[in-house]
Ligand binder design. Structure first.
Ligand code: GYE
Length: 323
């Protein structure tokens, strides 16, 4: 992927415009106040996402009220209620899990405060509960991981290829979708078998712990690790080394995000491929918030544009990485 494309990252708009919803009139000269409820600080991706949002708010002159939910939905609900009570102009949040949002989103709607989803989606039947969703296509990310493995399988020794899977946070959009996309693709090759699948909660510590358990149970039977994010893969790499095996060689490792730590692991020969997922959503989020407040129509879905980086290109791409 060239740097121009990377700079334009996130600009792909894939669906028709959402219907215009009217929100209270807004004086253009008054700084906009945004309440943002972040998932937590579970991964390198998340840290980069938080920096992007805070920097973009500063640049755009947006008054940002930022709350960290420490991976707990109840904390996000509390934060959103407090933003409603403070009468912020816009609420934005990255929902830790997909379900259970109707009540609090109805409260925001009743208070006439527009809601923007960033990064992760919610599962609600009434789509008018949010104005737009800005983020990646996680199913496609899973498919990209699966397609890379299908190709790799051609050069792997005959017989079953046993895969262990480290899932993201239970009930989160990226965990659900990355699993679905990967399974959809690999089912065309009967040699590819997922023999164990468990959550590592998107963290290094949990990734390592669960990989230790996988190794204890399956040992040398494991041919491939599919991790739903780089941090869990990096934790698992440690577990594999401690078990006396060579990550990236004895076990082929596929992960998602494309953070710097993954590029370092690829350059060290310990990770085979990472599928890109960009956390740099801040500038777009601020622009969309301003557009909404100016009464402009915005697309209901804004999809981030992304690629895939196998280990062979890691050293060349590393200097271009922004997160
Ligand atoms: O892949 C993971 C983070 O929601 C896309 O959350 C995000 C995911 C990301 O913890 O590293």
């Amino acid at each position: 992927m060239n740097s121009k494309r990377r700079a334009l990252l996130g600009a792909a708009i894939c669906m028709s415009l959402g219907s215009a919803v009217s929100f209270p009139a807004f004086a253009a000269d008054k700084p906009l106040t945004m309440g943002f409820s972040q998932v937590g600080a579970e991964s390198e991706w998340r840290t980069a996402n938080t920096v992007s949002i805070k920097d973009a708010a500063k640049q755009a002159g947006v008054n940002l009220k930022f709350a960290d939910a420490q991976q707990k939905q109840e904390n996000q609900v509390k934060a959103i209620r407090s933003f409603i009570a403070q009468k912020v102009d816009v609420i934005a949040f990255s929902p830790v899990v997909e379900s259970g949002w109707e009540t609090v989103l109805r409260e925001a709607k009743a208070a006439k405060i527009p809601v923007i989803l960033t990064d992760r989606a919610v599962n609600v039947s009434d789509k008018s509960l949010y104005v737009t969703f800005i983020g990646s296509d996680f199913v496609e990310e899973g498919r990209r991981a699966g397609r890379w493995l299908l190709d790799k399988a051609k050069s792997m020794p005959a017989g079953d290829i046993n895969i262990v899977e480290l899932q993201g946070t239970v009930g989160s959009a990226p965990a659900i979708d990355r699993k679905a996309g990967f399974e959809e693709v690999i089912k065309s090759e009967p040699r590819l078998k997922i023999i164990r699948s468990q959550t590592g909660d998107f963290t290094r510590a949990k990734g390592k712990e669960v990989m230790e358990a996988f190794l204890k149970a399956e040992g040398k039977k494991i041919n491939v690790l599919y991790a739903h994010n780089d941090d869990m893969a990096i934790g698992a790499i440690q577990a594999i080394e401690e078990a006396g095996l060579k990550p990236g060689k004895d076990i082929t490792i596929i992960s998602i995000d494309g953070v710097k730590g993954a590029f370092e692991a690829m350059m060290a020969g310990k990770l085979n491929v990472t599928v890109e997922c960009s956390p740099l959503l801040g500038p777009q989020l601020m622009q969309i918030a301003k557009d909404i407040k100016a009464g402009k129509e915005v697309p209901k879905r804004i999809t981030t544009e992304e690629g895939i980086f196998p280990a062979e290109v890691a050293a060349k791409e590393f200097p271009n990485r922004k997160y």
